[in-house]
Design a protein around this ligand. Structure first.
Ligand code: FMN
Length: 273
């Protein structure tokens, strides 16, 4: 099991401490490596690092998080085309970046709902949006009571049982935990998602692994972008990490037809070769 996937968790309470010189360089390097990368569906993700918790250092315009985040030393924001597959690509690249930061022992949390998106208008062109940001810093193990409340409210440590997420050949048949892809799918199970809804459902049909979205409709009224498409991109990030660890080769497509299932929305297919 990849340690980085096990180690990553959302951190909302940070030590009152700026990034060390070494970590500052590491963050800059990670952001540079993922900035302007394109996902599997062709959308470029723009990333920007804010060394202090201000979008404008001179006039000290703060990156608002409505009090959920305590002592964030710095932030990263991302920007992408506002469409379903734009968000899938975004989730994939932003999560790859988060895992790279976790490897450097830096803490993060995906923030999609609780910040003032207008502050980032300057990053967005037509049809683009800044869907999420993340603080970057050092975890304060003495968590704020706000953080404890949030984690409890969304059952942040809970994950749905394996057999309710992953299926073998048909939705009637849960995938066995001894299946050759089970370990890799466990990486998907541990992925973060908005409100910890874990909306991914995966149907394994021999070499074709179809990913579906089990959608929560309420988001469509409250957000201007498809936050659960981001969750799908995150699940893809974790799945691909597992495939690459096992040196498996693959292609990602969304051109399958006749793979519709009741109550699930088709997202994409990973085809093993
Ligand atoms: C796309 C996305 C948006 C999120 N937005 C928020 C947010 O606005 N505020 C927040 O406190 N946590 C947010 N989270 C963090 C989730 O609540 C968290 O990942 C989930 O509860 C699982 O906990 P863990 O990350 O510690 O494993 C978001 C996560 C994702 C993937």
């Amino acid at each position: 099991m990849s340690n980085v996937i096990k180690e990553r968790k959302s951190v909302r309470t940070y030590q009152k401490k700026s990034l060390t010189e070494k970590d500052l360089l590491a963050v800059q390097k990670v952001v540079k490596a993922y900035n302007e990368n394109k996902g599997f569906f062709g959308h470029e993700v723009k990333l920007q690092f804010f060394e202090k918790p201000f979008v404008d250092q001179e006039s000290k315009i703060k990156i608002g998080t409505y009090g959920f985040i305590t002592n964030p030393p710095s932030f990263i924001a991302g920007c992408v085309h506002n469409s379903f597959y734009g968000m899938v690509d975004y989730g994939y690249i932003f999560e790859n970046m988060i895992l790279a930061l976790t490897e450097h022992k830096l803490s993060t949390v995906w923030i999609g709902g609780t910040f003032d998106r207008k502050t980032f208008d300057f990053m967005q062109k037509d049809h683009e949006i800044v869907p999420t940001i993340t603080p970057v810093g050092y975890e304060d193990h003495d968590k704020s009571s706000k953080e404890l409340d949030v984690r409890e409210h969304i059952h942040a440590d809970h994950r749905e049982p394996f057999e309710t997420l992953f299926f073998d050949d048909s939705l009637e048949k849960p995938l066995s935990e001894s299946h050759q892809l089970a370990k890799i799918l466990e990486y998907v199970r541990l992925a973060p998602s908005a409100d910890n809804k874990q909306p991914w459902r995966v149907l394994v049909k021999r070499n074709n692994i179809h990913f579906y979205l089990h959608r929560t409709l309420a988001y469509q009224e409250s957000l201007d972008f498809d936050v659960q498409a981001i969750d799908m991109g995150i699940s893809l990030s974790h799945f691909i990490k597992g495939l690459e660890e096992q040196k498996m080769t693959y292609k990602v497509t969304n051109d399958y037809i006749n793979v519709d299932l009741p109550e699930l929305e088709y997202a994409f297919t990973v085809k093993l070769s």
